[in-house]
Design a protein around this ligand. Structure first.
Ligand SMILES: [Zn+2]
Length: 332
């Protein structure tokens, strides 16, 4: 990275960090009505000991306590927790809504159920069906587990994970098998394994649970042809329908990658709502469309006060910085 790139990278981060510090104060004065906040989680640690085992990429996971604090925080702030079904019914005006989603289909998502039950709030789980049917670890965790064991730093691990995202799933599989051996996809514990088919069946029957599509191979959709994408959507839906007894009408883009043509394909397959990883507020009423796109914030393993991340005020560090830069350029 040269100096200019470093500045462009660091300043938005600094703005966001400042936002995290001051946000709890600003949010007190903000009217958060007529909006829907959606968060995406991945794994849930039952205990801190599970976190220390280093079996899953830690940046994506929260402890049970953190999830519980998250729910309490939004309930205390008069947010109403909703499920995708509530979207169809329509959301009332002058309310604030929040939705919990989980991506990938980890077995450890079972640890979230007692919290949903305690507070009577629903959650939505997007399942990657190939991991489910083959009981194989998620590829990013394979990298993390083996590299951490080798003593590689988290930063380097993240760089390797990012590098691999440009390839197709079978190329990533080849890379992992070549580097870590034939048994590398075998899960190491309950922390890194996906749910089994039987477990998903039980899980999906829970009143507070909704199941969604997350493609069959967790593909970064923008790397694939139209025919391949349709196949990914359909295969996953067929497997899920067989297990849970209904056809999912919601989809979360793996890694958040999408394009406008993908929305059309999602419509063709029959999805009504697609969940992105664009960290913005969803303003109400939602715009009507054949396929409604929803923004999601990544749930972080941070102090609950920081859940008013800067963007919850309607701003983003990178957008503010780039708009500012543009204005200065125009002046010169
Ligand atoms: Zn995912």
């Amino acid at each position: 990275m040269n100096i200019k790139q470093k500045v462009d990278f660091s300043i938005p981060l600094m703005i966001d960090k400042m936002g995290d510090i001051f946000n709890p104060f600003f949010l007190k004065f903000k009217n958060e009505k007529n909006q829907l906040l959606i968060f995406y989680f991945h794994g849930v640690y039952e205990s801190l000991k599970q976190k220390e085992q280093s079996h899953v990429s830690p940046q994506n996971n929260v402890t049970k306590e953190q999830l519980s604090e998250f729910v309490e925080y939004f309930l205390e702030n008069d947010y109403k927790f909703i499920a995708p079904e509530d979207l169809k019914k329509g959301l009332e005006k002058d309310n604030s809504y929040v939705m919990i989603t989980f991506d990938d289909g980890y077995y450890n998502n079972f640890y979230s159920l007692p919290i949903l039950e305690e507070f009577q709030v629903p959650a939505t789980y997007f399942i990657t069906t190939n991991n489910l049917v083959s009981n194989s670890s998620y590829w990013w965790d394979v990298i993390y587990k083996y590299r951490t064991k080798e003593g590689v730093s988290l930063k380097m691990v993240q760089q390797e994970q990012e590098y691999l995202k440009r390839f197709k799933y079978f190329e990533i599989d080849q890379y992992l098998l070549h580097n870590f051996g034939n048994t590398c996809f075998e899960p190491w514990s309950d922390v890194d394994r996906p749910m089994s088919i039987e477990e998903l069946k039980i899980f999906a029957e829970h009143d507070l649970v909704t199941i969604g599509n997350h493609t069959h191979n967790h593909v970064i959709l923008t790397n694939y042809t139209k025919a391949e994408i349709i196949e990914e959507f359909k295969k996953s839906n067929e497997i899920l329908t067989e297990i849970i007894g209904y056809k999912p009408n919601i989809l979360a883009f793996p890694n958040g990658n999408y394009s406008s043509s993908l929305i059309e394909l999602a419509n063709k397959v029959g999805f009504q709502y697609v969940f992105t990883t664009n960290s913005y507020i969803n303003r109400l009423p939602l715009k009507t469309a054949n396929v409604i796109m929803l923004n999601r914030y990544m749930a972080k393993a941070v102090n609950i006060n920081e859940y008013g991340s800067f963007s919850r005020l309607g701003y983003q560090g990178d957008l503010l910085y780039h708009n500012f830069k543009k204005k200065i350029k125009n002046l010169i």
